[in-house]
Design a protein around this ligand. Structure first.
Ligand code: WAQ
Ligand code: MG
Ligand code: MG
Ligand code: MG
Length: 254
């Protein structure tokens, strides 16, 4: 009998729910076996209650049984680019995006959009040909869910690669691996909206998961998550978003 998996999601805001204008505090999503649901929910709740973006007055937890077949993926290869300033970090990021196959003009458009838009709670999809945003999700963006590490694999991965246990890296590489494995993704650019975390990354099939140690100043509450995509047809865009939101992915490392 194959194991049943459940999607567990959390979102928290302050000043009311997100859809009523509340400020996004924290979100989280994972896959869980039935036995671990209580523990997974408890760690998501803890993450939201003690958050550097503020104290939530709204929180929603959602549980759904996953009916789709689980895909297992190996984590992207990982490298760290040590930079001294956010300016140097963004030069590195632009270079890695170009190496991944994103045209310079789309990179410029994306940076312009990031400066203008208030932080969304999901990801923005940017067309690599026009540099324009193609998801219609405005403030919410597209939230990737239904991905997690197989726990033993994670422990083996950090041991084998001598990586410090870091929950953000653990979550980010599972999201980035899921996103990069779709043929429509050319590259991802991300940094946290948490004021106390300045390391971000560029990820793609071409360059792997490339951490960049500074992409913003400490104290800055603006974050970014952009997927540069090559999806010309409307139906490809729909199926891409469905993949991000619904298809379950487990990371394994052998
Ligand atoms: N799906 C889509 N977008 C998301 C998701 C998701 N599941 N989770 C977060 N975002 C978006 C959202 O707009 C946030 O504002 C932004 O990404 C940042 O989210 O050391 O912690 O969870 O290698 O604050 C990367 C570096 C850390 C880790 C990223 O992001 C490392 C991080 P955060
Ligand atoms: Mg998350
Ligand atoms: Mg997160
Ligand atoms: Mg955050």
């Amino acid at each position: 009998m194959p194991t049943d998996y459940y999607s567990v999601r959390m979102r928290a805001a302050t000043g009311g729910p997100h859809e009523q204008g509340g400020k996004h505090i924290s979100g989280g999503e994972t896959l869980s076996t039935y036995e671990k649901i209580d523990r997974e929910i408890s760690s998501l709740v803890k993450k939201a209650l003690a958050h550097s973006r503020g104290t939530p007055d709204f929180m929603q937890i959602q549980l759904e049984k996953v009916e789709q077949t689980i895909t297992t993926l190996s984590p992207l290869s990982i490298a760290t680019n040590h930079v001294l300033t956010p300016q140097e970090g963004h030069l590195t990021a632009r270079d890695l995006l170009q190496k991944s196959g994103v045209p310079l003009q789309a990179i410029e458009y994306a940076y312009q959009m990031i400066d203008e838009e208030p932080t969304v709670r999901g990801a923005c999809l940017i067309d690599i040909y026009t540099g324009k945003r193609i998801d219609q999700r405005r403030d919410s963006g597209v939230r990737v869910s239904r991905m997690a590490w197989q726990e033993n694999s994670y422990q083996k991965w950090i041991t084998d690669l001598m990586i410090d246990n870091n929950i953000r890296l653990k979550e980010a590489i599972s999201l980035a691996t899921k996103v990069a494995s779709h043929g429509g993704t050319i590259a991802e650019l991300c940094w946290s909206d948490d004021p106390d975390y300045v390391t971000g990354y560029v990820a793609s099939k071409m360059v792997g998961y490339q951490r960049i140690t500074s992409l913003k100043e400490f104290g800055d509450e603006s974050g970014c998550r952009v997927f540069f995509v090559d999806l010309e047809k409307e139906e490809d865009r729909k199926s891409y978003i469905n993949y991000l939101e619904k298809e379950p992915v487990l990371l394994k490392w052998e």
